[in-house]
Design a protein around this ligand. Sequence first.
Ligand SMILES: *[C@@H]1O[C@H](CO)[C@@H](O)[C@H](O)[C@H]1NC(C)=O
Ligand SMILES: *[C@@H]1O[C@H](CO)[C@@H](O)[C@H](O)[C@H]1NC(C)=O
Ligand SMILES: *[C@@H]1O[C@H](CO)[C@@H](O)[C@H](O)[C@H]1NC(C)=O
Ligand SMILES: *[C@@H]1O[C@H](CO)[C@@H](O)[C@H](O)[C@H]1NC(C)=O
Ligand SMILES: *[C@@H]1O[C@H](CO)[C@@H](O)[C@H](O)[C@H]1NC(C)=O
Ligand SMILES: *[C@@H]1O[C@H](CO)[C@@H](O)[C@H](O)[C@H]1NC(C)=O
Ligand SMILES: *[C@@H]1O[C@H](CO)[C@@H](O)[C@H](O)[C@H]1NC(C)=O
Ligand SMILES: *[C@@H]1O[C@H](CO)[C@@H](O)[C@H](O)[C@H]1NC(C)=O
Ligand SMILES: *[C@@H]1O[C@H](CO)[C@@H](O)[C@H](O)[C@H]1NC(C)=O
Ligand SMILES: *[C@@H]1O[C@H](CO)[C@@H](O)[C@H](O)[C@H]1NC(C)=O
Ligand SMILES: CC(=O)N[C@H]1CO[C@H](CO)[C@@H](O)[C@@H]1O
Length: 798
Amino acid sequence: MGHSATSSSVVSAHSPSVIVAVVEGRGLARGEIGMASIDLKCPQIILSQFADNTTYTKVITKLKILSPLEIIMSNTACVVGNSTKLFTLITENFKNVNFTTIQRKYFNETKGLECIEQLCIAEFSTVLLEVQSKYYCLAALAALLKYVEFVQNSVYAPKSLKICFQGSEQTAMIDSASAQNLELLINNQDSRSNHTLFGVLNYTKTPGGSRRLRSNILEPLVDIETINMRLDCVQELLQDEELFFGLQSVISRFLDTEQLLSVLVQIPKQDTVNAAESKITNLIYLKHTLELVDPLKISLKNCTTPLLRAYYGSLEDMRFGIILEKIKTVINDDARYMKGCLNMRTQKCYAVRSNINEFLDIARRTYTEIVDDIAGMISQLAEKYNLPLRTSFSSARGFFIQMTTDYTALPSDQLPSEFIKISKVKNSYSFTSTDLIKMNERCQESLREIYHMTYMVVCKLLSEIYEHIHCLYKLADTVSMLDMLLSFAHACTLSDYVRPEFTDTLAIKQGWHPILEKISVEKPVANNTYITEGSNFLIITGPNMSGKSTYLKQIALCQIMAQIGSYVPAEYSSFRIAEQIFTRISTDDDIETNSSTFMKEMKEIAYILHNANGKSLILIDELGRGTNTEEGIGICYAVCEYLLSLKAFTLFATHFLELCHIDVLYPNVENMHFEVEHVKNIARNKEAIFYTYKLSKGLTEEKNYGLKAAEVSSLPPSIVLDAKEISTQITGQILQNQSSTPEMERQRAVYHLAARLVQTARNSQLDPDSLRMYLRNLKKKYEEDLSRVEQVSEKTEE
Ligand SMILES: *[C@@H]1O[C@H](CO)[C@@H](O)[C@H](O)[C@H]1NC(C)=O
Ligand SMILES: *[C@@H]1O[C@H](CO)[C@@H](O)[C@H](O)[C@H]1NC(C)=O
Ligand SMILES: *[C@@H]1O[C@H](CO)[C@@H](O)[C@H](O)[C@H]1NC(C)=O
Ligand SMILES: *[C@@H]1O[C@H](CO)[C@@H](O)[C@H](O)[C@H]1NC(C)=O
Ligand SMILES: *[C@@H]1O[C@H](CO)[C@@H](O)[C@H](O)[C@H]1NC(C)=O
Ligand SMILES: *[C@@H]1O[C@H](CO)[C@@H](O)[C@H](O)[C@H]1NC(C)=O
Ligand SMILES: *[C@@H]1O[C@H](CO)[C@@H](O)[C@H](O)[C@H]1NC(C)=O
Ligand SMILES: *[C@@H]1O[C@H](CO)[C@@H](O)[C@H](O)[C@H]1NC(C)=O
Ligand SMILES: *[C@@H]1O[C@H](CO)[C@@H](O)[C@H](O)[C@H]1NC(C)=O
Ligand SMILES: *[C@@H]1O[C@H](CO)[C@@H](O)[C@H](O)[C@H]1NC(C)=O
Ligand SMILES: CC(=O)N[C@H]1CO[C@H](CO)[C@@H](O)[C@@H]1O
């Protein structure tokens, strides 16, 4: 079975900037995967190494989450006509990603280890211990750095990179098909729409915060303590308006700190004018960023929750002050980040203080004179021709002349012949003159001189501050995290979300669908969910359109929101941490049944069966639509039986009513249905169906709807054979024995009592009195269940 990717990969809402190198072990180590990735916008290298089997789902999932710009593999993986399976799968799954092969010799693990020793910042050097014997990720790292140096034409400064190793266990796994089904990042109808989970939660103000939110949504946390620390912050932000608004206004002034860091730690191989210019710009950005540290500290001063205090503490790092002081010795106090290219050009030109370099001061005077001359010349021309001429500037053309047509009806061929390169945009003419072109050239020349001299000063400065620059990693982390937490709080103020709790029960009271809320005019119908270890398998029935899919998606979205530290759209909510979230959700066109739909279904379900465990949340909607009724029931039954053997929380929505009777055999099954009301339309003497979107316990009374859904079609016999057998056997039996025996009912009651007791004992936060009360109720409920069973059994015996 291949991977469950349904169509396009999860495309990032941001332009991709990650380069990944992937290498697979050979011979006995086949299946051992090494990966190294770097985000060009954030100088952090992530290494990972793990065992994957022939389906390579882990690699593909990891790659989809990274959403790379480019993938690098060894040339030995793709010999024409004899490529490795991994290579074939990657190229199939990432059709739009640039693919590069480089020689196997560059995948050199010794070199990889050397790279870490050379480039990794001391604070993160424990990574060496972690990866010492992980040859494949080291090999991938060596190849990656070689390639990046080649395309960027620059090398990384020594001890400047953050390198870390990431196992695959610390976050919950959401496969890419599920991410797509749930519309986590991309809306399935309109890829540009922000009606996605990301869109609902994104009120971030910085690119770093936005990136962080995205990666959190795809890989939620699994550690309850960490999640609760985030929730504490969100709660404080919600309770303290001054903190919220103060922090938000500071955070929104930050530029892309990670990207800044990324360019600061690269040393260009050649000194070009462009390289010089961008270094100067970056130094101004650095000054701007460092100047925000104090305001950020002030706004966090009164906060109380541990995580916010920790971030406050991280800002007390002396190095911020040290760097800023050093910068201020050579850079003008008022050199700052400004919008507009001419403004920024002026800032760059005058960034370095005067009296530091005599020749620089002379060059600047020359530059100023030329700029003045240009302005003078243009006003003379305006006088001479009596035209409303203006001096304009663009980075492409330099200085040029602009004139609006509002004041003059002159057609362009009647402009004075002195004016050349005339163009018209909307209601204004742009042109230049031979003299102006010459002056522009002189201007550029003096600017080049200025930039060059400034660059020399800046390089000297940078070499002095390099050793301290790593504090910016911490700052970037602080800013992006605060931005994301603010964003959660912001989303919460707009909709009435509630803080989730973490227990061993999934309980949502009056929860609603966060995305639907944004789309529909009325608030979506809220509903409850309750899954425990004792009844961990919910079968949900109801006709199509009654809201089954929406309900399932709502649960998954709430679970994800809770696990990233956000509040949740409900009145009350409690979650069991899910280590994986799987969905198999049919789309509307699945109703047109044919074998390709069926194959897709089977692939997705096989993926779930292979990878699910007791800590999974599994949502399955309308399985077996792609085939006829008997086969569909058979498949569903087989899948249910397997999933029932796990402790996973499963919600299984189906139109096969036959499946509901599985609860007779398994006490941990709970049946729910969406209510439908029939409304007599007297005028037409017809019945109309009215959907209430209400979920109720028990079976639906609607009998015949669903069966039309599946039509016979040609099917791969091998897959169907098993299912068919089960289908005839089980459905026959089940349908015969629709009513369960009293003995079963009794067992069921005992089972439920036991399950509740275990749960209470393990998870009780009640005080003794409440606990006593709770247990008394439990006992009463059990006695009721039992006496009901007794009555039934007496009746049968009569
Ligand atoms: C893949 O590996 C997992 C264990 O890591 C195993 O349970 C599963 O059966 C394997 N799948 C295949 C198709 O080999
Ligand atoms: C294809 O690759 C495998 C291993 O990578 C090798 O053993 C085999 O000889 C190759 N076959 C051809 C025709 O090159
Ligand atoms: C990726 O490939 C496209 C076309 O194949 C090319 O235009 C683009 O520049 C490439 N990007 C990189 C980063 O190489
Ligand atoms: C790997 O790199 C090390 C050190 O850079 C070098 O000595 C060795 O020859 C390289 N190995 C290969 C196979 O290129
Ligand atoms: C989503 O897009 C709409 C318009 O397309 C805009 O009005 C709205 O503010 C956006 N929402 C968010 C959270 O960005
Ligand atoms: C996130 O929302 C902010 C506005 O709050 C917007 O500027 C930014 O573009 C959004 N990010 C993405 C990736 O849509
Ligand atoms: C912090 O608390 C002090 C005293 O309660 C108050 O004066 C100050 O305005 C607060 N600062 C912020 C940023 O909330
Ligand atoms: C099967 O249905 C899908 C849509 O559900 C369609 O794209 C595909 O072309 C159909 N295939 C055949 C063989 O009819
Ligand atoms: C489900 O709804 C579609 C239209 O939304 C309808 O064509 C189809 O017949 C319905 N199927 C069942 C089984 O009700
Ligand atoms: C169905 O009932 C028959 C007796 O009527 C019994 O032998 C059989 O075990 C029952 N099957 C199930 C699945 O309960
Ligand atoms: C089972 C359940 O909680 N059903 C609820 C679904 O939502 C409607 C409307 O809010 C409620 O009336 C139902 O009780």
